[in-house]
Design a protein around this ligand. Structure first.
Ligand code: AHG
Ligand code: MN
Ligand code: MN
Ligand code: MN
Length: 347
């Protein structure tokens, strides 16, 4: 029988990352960026769990560039993420849902990675303690966009433009992507381009412990995750697709609906149980709601690494070349067969 693992033989995220570095899967600089992201997620997990105690529920009283009423924890999580990345010394630019434009990181002295992130996803759920998460993606640096040392303010515009160009890379360029889900367990899910791995935070000693290796999403699954409140504003062919999911058919069993309003939570369930998550375009929002750079592309990289599909209804999300930082795209993501089935309705 397999030797029972005492809690201390399990691999931690840190030891797993060092092993990938030793095997040459990632370089030291990227290892340091990943560790700083994991540290940010641990801090956010603690802030989320104690939100009601430390008066961090509710709104900040500001509106972000998305036009959303920022929650206090949107702002705090953004600061935690930014500070951890700055202190890594290996991050050249950050682009966040909660920053109007990309920020060149002065503290960077090596590596210069580009990190895009949604510091708190599903933040509308915070006050009811429903699962939330953080999502991130890491791109290789682009030397042209080093933090400006010149005090030539006219360069600012060009530096800002260079940074936007540098951040707007297609998901195909991602070196790494992942998310942390703050739920009944705190689970850090990561891909470096060679499979998907999950680490569960062990509160006993505050480390992420490897709990799933080479996750494979089921090829099909009878769970669909859409906000049907928008049904009447959807395109006719999408309505037909949804209606057909409700037909019990020969099996006598229709699909089940599951939707919690946090992409990270709805995605994680889809990754493990199979099925499809969708945030369609509609009459009100012609490109849907989710943001390409720090929600749709990282999740699509992860799902493809697990054998699934991430589509905007017609093409791979990872093929889309972003033209602006906060660009939105429709997202249909999950089991290969389920996404392909939907694409046929939209063709
Ligand atoms: P965020 O909280 O980062 O702004 O993201 C919210 C997103 C996503 O997490 C979730 O799936 C979706 O918004 C829910 O939108 P609806 O409330 O319109 O369903
Ligand atoms: Mn938001
Ligand atoms: Mn989000
Ligand atoms: Mn967010």
């Amino acid at each position: 029988a397999a030797k029972k693992k005492s809690g201390y033989e399990l691999q931690t995220l840190t030891s797993w990352l060092l092993r990938q570095e030793m095997k040459g899967e990632i370089d030291t600089e990227l290892t340091i960026v990943m560790s700083s992201i994991a540290m940010a997620c641990k801090q956010i997990a603690s802030l989320v769990q104690r939100a009601g105690i430390s008066n961090l529920t509710g709104v900040q009283g500001a509106v972000n560039i998305q036009g959303e009423d920022q929650k206090k924890l949107d702002v705090v999580s953004n600061e935690v993420f930014s500070n951890c990345l700055r202190s890594s010394g290996r991050t050249g630019i950050i682009a966040s849902e909660e920053e109007d434009v990309p920020v060149a990181v002065e503290e960077s002295y090596s590596g210069n990675y580009v990190v895009v992130f949604d510091p708190l996803d599903g933040s509308s759920n915070i006050d009811a303690a429903v699962s939330t998460g953080s999502i991130f993606g890491i791109y290789s640096p682009n030397e042209e966009c080093l933090p400006a040392n010149s005090d030539d303010s006219s360069a600012l515009g060009s530096e800002e433009e260079r940074c936007i160009v540098n951040v707007c890379q297609p998901g195909n360029n991602l070196l790494a992507a992942g998310y942390c889900m703050y739920s009944s367990s705190v689970i850090f899910v990561l891909t470096l381009g060679k499979g998907v791995f999950a680490f569960t935070l062990d509160p006993m000693y505050g480390e992420f412990v490897l709990t799933q290796e080479n996750i494979e999403i089921p090829k099909a699954g009878k769970i669909y995750s859409f906000n049907e409140g928008n049904y009447q504003m959807w395109d006719e062919n999408l309505k037909k697709y949804i209606d057909d999911l409700k037909d019990p058919g020969p099996s006598g069993k229709p699909y089940s609906a599951r939707y919690i309003g946090s992409l990270v939570g709805d995605f994680h369930r889809t990754l493990l149980y199979g099925g499809i998550y969708g945030y369609p375009r509609d009459a009100k929002s012609k490109n849907g709601k989710l943001r390409l750079l720090y929600e749709c592309a990282p999740m699509s990289f992860i799902v493809e690494q697990a054998g699934g599909k991430g589509s905007d209804g017609h093409q791979r999300v990872l093929d889309i070349q972003p033209t602006e930082i906060h660009q939105r795209v429709p997202l249909y993501i999950g089991s290969k067969e389920e996404v392909e089935k939907l694409e046929k309705y939209l063709a």
